[in-house]
Design a protein. Sequence first.
Length: 318
Amino acid sequence: MTRITELASETDAPVKRQHLISQVLLAQFATPIRHTAGLHVQPHDLRNPQRPCKARTPRGVGWIEDFVPYASASIEHVWKQVEQHLPEVFASVAAGTALDEPDTVDLLRDVIALHWVRSQHYRDLHQVIFRAFYQERFRRFLNEDQVLLQLATWEKTGLLVTGREGLALHAERVLAPMADAYESGALFRVRIEASFAKARSLLAGHAVQILRPEQGEFLIGDNPALTMRRDGPMVSYNMAIGDAHSVLLPISPTYVLSIGPNPAYLSASRAEVDELNTLQICAARRYVYTRPGSTLRPFIIRQLRAHRPSSEPVPRTA
C-alpha cells in the first residue's frame, strides 16, 4: 500500500494503448509488402482461423487498451529501460556475438522477464490470486479470526459486533482499501512492477541459449514468453518460473531465446520448431504473428484444430 500511495501523485498522462509485445520485437517479424510503405507483420486470428487478416505494422498490433490502468506512464518508463536497447541486442544475436557480451546477455534475460510478466497470462493469474485471497480473508474474519475483527471494529467504532451479518459488513469495511486498490488497477500496477524485478532476479543465474531452425521458421503469439516443462513425453507450459525447465521467447522467424544450463547457439530440428510453434499457438489468446509471405498458415490451422477447444473464450485484444 505504501507504493500505491507513492504512485497516487503521478501526474504524467496515462498511456492508453499499451503494447504487450514490444514493437521492436514485432519488428523482427516484419518485412516490406507490395504497394504499402513500411514494414508489416502478418496476424492470424485464432478465433476466426479461416478469415485472412490484413498485414499490419508492428505499431498496430500486440497492444491492449489500459492493460495497466493505474500509473501507466511510470511503468511504461520501466519497460523502456529494456526496450530501448533491443535493436542493438537483436543485431548482436544475428551477428552471432550476443553470448560473448555480458551486458547483452543481461538484456536478453530481461526481455524474457519483461514479456513473461507483461502478459495476459500474468494479469489473469493476478486476478485469480486476489479473488482467492479476498474470499479466504473474508471467511477467516467470520470464523477463526472473528475476535480480531471484533477488536478492530471496537477500536474504530466503539461497537461490539456479534451477529454474523454485522461481522460480514465490518469485514467488508476492513478489506475495502485492498478491494478498492484491486478494482482501480493500483494493486496490479505495484504487483507487476515487483514481479518484473523478481523475474529478472530468478533468471539472472541462468544461461541464455539461442535456437536457430534447421528447417522452417518461428512464429510469435500474443502471449509469447512461455515457461515450459518436459516430464517424459509430456510437455506443459505456463507454470511458475521456478517450476519450469526453461523459459522461451521467439525474437524473430530465425531465433528463439531459451533459458538453459549453458550459453550456446543451438540448432532446432524441424520437429522442435513445430513443437515451439505449437506452444505459441496453444498459449496465445487470440493472435499469432508471422512474417508476410510465411508458409505457416496451414500449420497454424491444423494445430489450432488439434490443440485448442473451439469454444474457448478469447478476450478482446488489438
